[in-house]
Write a new protein. Sequence first.
Length: 585
Amino acid sequence: MIIQSLYVISFDKGDILKKYSFNETGVNIILGEKRENNDETNGVGKSTMIDCLSFLLGKTIPTYYSNNEILLKKDIFIALQIKYKDRILFLGRSFNNPRYGYTLEHMRPALLIEEWKKISLKEYKEIVEITVLKETCDNISFAALREYIIRDEKTGFNDVLLPNRSSLKQFSLLNYLFSMPYLTELEIKSFKDIIDNMNNEIKMIESMKVNITALRVKEEELTTYIEELDQRIKQAKTTLHYNKSSNRYTDIKKQLNGIQNQIFEYEHICNQYQKNIENLQVKANEIKQLENVEKFYQDLVGFFPNEVKKNYAKVKEFYDFMVESRGNYFKDKISSLKLKLKKLYEEKENIENELEETTRIFKSIDYVEDITIVMDEKRKKELELAEIRVRIRDYNKKNEIAEKINEIQQEIIRINMMRYDEFLSYSNKISELHHLFNELMGVTYKQHGFLVFEYDNRISYASNSTTGRVKISCSIPDERSHGRLHMKINMFDLTWFINRINNDLGINFLVHDGSYSNPDPYVKGTLLKFLNKKLKEIGKGQYIITINKTELLEEDLNSFEKAGMVIAKLDRLNKNQNRFFGFKF
């Protein structure tokens, strides 16, 4: 994608208020000027122009703009003319309707809103995504990359990393920009998240405080006793007259007992699952009752201890997770068991009917009563045995989970070794990046800097570990001064930018807003002239910057203007018509 022009249109007047044309290759300077000594260059619209460029590339329009009375009254519409795959496309945004985007395939912008194609912001961002990035990549979006491609003057130049962002995500994005492996840490983290969930299951099982030794002893005792009852049933003596019927009775009773035992076991398991759900809910409710703990600490000691706050948050998060995750798991199990119980009850009813027919031929009531007593005793013991086996099975599940954790940990080791070997294969690429960074350092300061790529192959299964991360660090001599720090970040970004252009990897532009305000005036001109020449030699790439006229040496400014590098001159003169919008807002 090549940025060709930026338009400011007033639908209220039906006119183009401003048009800013960009150099399709090379440096593009947005210059803040002052015509008189007491004039100001701040507030003339340099950053506003960059903001509008960001809005046109999918960034949300803040209320500062969308609620501005002047912009709304004039019905201001901004449009970006781009070249994409040898065709011209216009991207538009309206401050009166910021929740939508507009597109137009034409050779010039339309001055009536009806001529533009109105689309949802989601669809608009998808078009921006396709035009900016050359290919679709997993876990990478232009929206996430935008803050690195369009650096903000307020927070973008304090460090190569942006403040208050996930370091995992930041390194993933930066590695993508530098065309280095960027998915390894995310891949390993997905496995570590599974391990965390499994460890939570183990913690829940351990919280039940099962005495496994006592349970196994009791299981053995009940099994032996039930076997003895089976023998007593088999050895029951009857007359020859009843042998055939009693054998049939025994078979049917045995079948009935088997079904009844299954019913008892399933019902018991259902009850256990229901108790687990209730216990989890009780725990969660007990934790919620502590929500006023912060106020208690504030009233008592005047502050809320950080450790208490962290511990409370961790406990609450754990039980919320358990209620949601394990609660649904238990409910699913209960539903499945109830379906099985329904079939068992139907089968039991049929067998009981058959048993009733068989017992009618018995004349000895004592025989039936004796067998029934033994059967009832056996049924009670089998129910007790079923309960114990459920508890043993839950305990044994802990070992199964631990075994699965071991398997996943082995998989992490395998992936880490494989990805580390892959990283080592990038040694030539890293050398190219080092050379490019130091070429920029040599041109600017006639010194060397350090751009380091380091793979973290330390195996750790903690959730906050950085196994698999390709860490990027950058340093130059004397970077404690704001000027050198800003210039370091400029060269850091320019390294990945030029590398991508050289290798035809997509992202054809880089924007730095305010990064040249602090560096030494003598080095700015040197670097910008070099960049303009290099990009033109490569034949592509747009580097867009904002800078004030007073921050440049006069000879450098004259050189830039002569080379056509200055694409916008913004000031407060001509009744504010020289501002970005053409008026003060």
